[in-house]
Design a protein around this ligand. Structure first.
Ligand code: MSP
Length: 535
């Protein structure tokens, strides 16, 4: 077991805390799958990992949604937060902390944090005038609005004029410090295009932003003035800190940041970049806390090339999708198909074709036919071959020796699609290798050693592929390991302590002579839905 804190630092990753104004949509599922994949990859390497997700439950948007449904806000939040928990279970996402911003312990952390910023002299009372989008929970600049005062993001919603007394946070005071942060730590905001957006926004000059609301009671009261309610974003961002603490401990800001702070990666969608890459680090600087390592803003998903939305009538229900096709299929599609950081599309035909090609055919059939040959030609055992006999020019070993490094670098950069492509290249080379070498004919010719060498190389390649894809398709990887006669549970959070990373990531680990398991398809082919003619 690796317990050296230098080799084995802790790793904490967050998703946004999702609004509970509706059930989770595919965008929330997308970020949470990605965060789970990264968390699993760090666990595989043996790091202590904390994956945080949760729900953002205060503010006008939630209050109005509850009122429209005729239920009390807390009852509304309880009901909808449960929908997120359920979806994460269905998607085989096992977060370490699920934080709800209405938790009483969160109020304690928020108050302590507010006090620090207050003591710093960074909060003052003023008059806020401007256009507010309740759906974004954000003031908009007049020049960014669409005709008829509509929000540029929620294009069917009008913004509302506000003219009220608010408390403000002195964001402008942190202009220089923020610019210095971006200059000294070029990796702080990723990908590059997002970083540039933030840099040009900050360059235009930062304005103080209001952190309280009046005429709203669904939120925490401002500690110094109970007539005001804290702005939902000020409260929500602090959820990342509250989440660090064990829910059973007495809440305390110092205790909360004692172990996992600063967060290593905040994974978010590109629309909420400004909050995470500008407001949040400035708030932390004011409170005297270190800022996170990285803020990564991923792209938006469309369906069949169209923006998704209730008004467009083309939403994609993640619960239905996962019930229809299974967790591994959904996880694989989004990680493989879309270049993380860029916008991407969901199309059901493409979904089915991709999964059939990669998982059912290339990977699944390869294992199945090789296992059957190993049963027939090698007495149902891994061939007694020492992987050292393969030269550097062996077509599979040549790929396998550097694959671990390539794929781990890709996971580290959140380049999930590249990670999958690199692994699939080994799988495809293995299929070609079997076809070229024709072990059935080698066996017929009595060439036992050659037959065994071919089968060992292919079985080992499938094993390495399963190991490297396990953060994305843990269910399929579990089956592959079991069929190869190996004991592993890729859903076990202590996996990195059970399986030695350097052994398993390398090509050539498969123990010669080991009894094999029973061959069975690891991924069932998916059927194309019948085409319904559009009228
Ligand atoms: N509550 C805030 C976050 C507070 S974090 C302290 C919030 N919630 S949200 O539920 O509206 O959005 C959550 C995430 O979903 C955002 O990262 C947003 O980018 C993402 N997505 C919303 N629609 C999306 C797509 N169509 N595609 C991909 N992600 C999308 O904002």
């Amino acid at each position: 077991m690796n317990s050296n804190p230098v080799d084995n630092p802790t790793f904490a990753i967050t998703t946004p805390l999702y609004y509970v104004n509706g059930l989770p949509h595919i965008g929330s599922a997308y970020t949470t799958i990605a965060a789970d994949v990264v968390a699993r990859f760090y666990r595989l390497m043996g790091h202590p990992v904390l994956m945080i997700t949760g729900t953002d439950e205060h503010g006008q948007k939630i209050q109005r949604t509850a009122a429209e449904r005729g239920v009390m806000p807390q009852a509304h939040c309880d009901e909808f937060a449960a929908g997120f928990v359920r979806l994460w279970e269905l998607l085989n996402i096992d977060c370490d902390r699920f934080i709800r911003t209405t938790a009483p312990r969160h109020n304690t952390i928020v108050n302590e944090f507010f006090q620090r910023v207050w003591d710093q002299g960074d909060i003052y009372q003023g008059q806020q005038q401007g256009w507010y989008c309740v759906s974004c929970e954000e003031f908009k600049e007049e020049r960014d609005l669409l005709p008829d005062q509509r929000c540029p993001i929620h294009t069917n919603k009008s913004v509302e004029w506000r003219d009220e007394s608010n408390y403000f946070f002195k964001l402008s005071k942190y202009q220089d410090q923020l610019e210095q942060l971006y200059a000294e730590r070029p990796d702080f905001i990723q990908p590059e295009a997002r970083r540039n957006e933030v840099l040009s926004f900050v360059k235009r000059g930062l304005q103080d932003f209001s952190i309280s609301r009046i005429n709203l009671d669904w939120g925490f009261p401002v500690p110094v003035d109970a007539d005001h309610t804290l702005y939902v974003w000020f409260d929500a961002l602090l959820g990342y800190i509250t989440a660090l603490q064990d829910p059973d401990e007495a809440p305390s800001l110092d205790q909360a940041i004692a172990r996992w702070w600063p967060i290593n990666i905040h994974l978010i969608g590109k629309d909420i970049l400004r909050f995470h890459a500008v407001y949040w680090p400035a708030m932390l600087m004011s409170a005297g806390l270190p800022v996170p390592d990285r803020v990564y803003g991923h792209g938006f998903l469309t369906k069949d090339g169209q923006k998704m939305g209730k008004s467009q009538g083309n939403t994609l229900d993640p619960v239905e999708l996962v019930k229809k096709y299974g967790a591994d299929a959904v996880r694989y599609y989004f990680m493989r198909e879309i270049e993380f950081g860029k916008d991407g599309d969901f199309n059901e035909t493409r979904f089915i074709n991709l999964l059939n090609a990669d998982l059912a055919n290339d990977l699944g059939n390869l294992l199945n036919r090789t296992l059957k040959m190993a049963a027939r030609y090698c007495g149902d055992r891994v061939p007694e071959i020492d992987a050292e006999i393969f030269g550097d020019d062996h077509p599979l070993r040549a790929i396998g020796v550097s694959l671990g490094q390539t794929v781990s670098a890709a996971y580290g950069h959140l380049a999930f699609s590249q990670a999958c492509a690199a692994v699939l290249a080994l799988v495809q080379a293995s299929n070609k290798f079997v076809d070229d070498q024709a072990p059935w004919s080698l066996f017929k010719q009595g060439k036992q050693a050659e037959t065994e060498a071919v089968l060992y190389a292919v079985l080992e390649s499938v094993r390495q592929a399963a190991y490297l894809l396990s953060p994305i398709i843990p269910g399929v990887s579990n089956q592959i390991y079991a069929q190869l006669g190996l004991t592993a549970d890729f859903n076990d959070k202590a996996i990195g302590q059970g399986l030695n990373y350097s052994d398993h990531v390398a090509w050539g680990y498969l123990p010669p002579g080991q009894p094999l398991g029973v061959a069975a398809p690891v991924f069932q082919r998916l059927e194309l839905p019948e085409l319904v003619p559009s009228s």
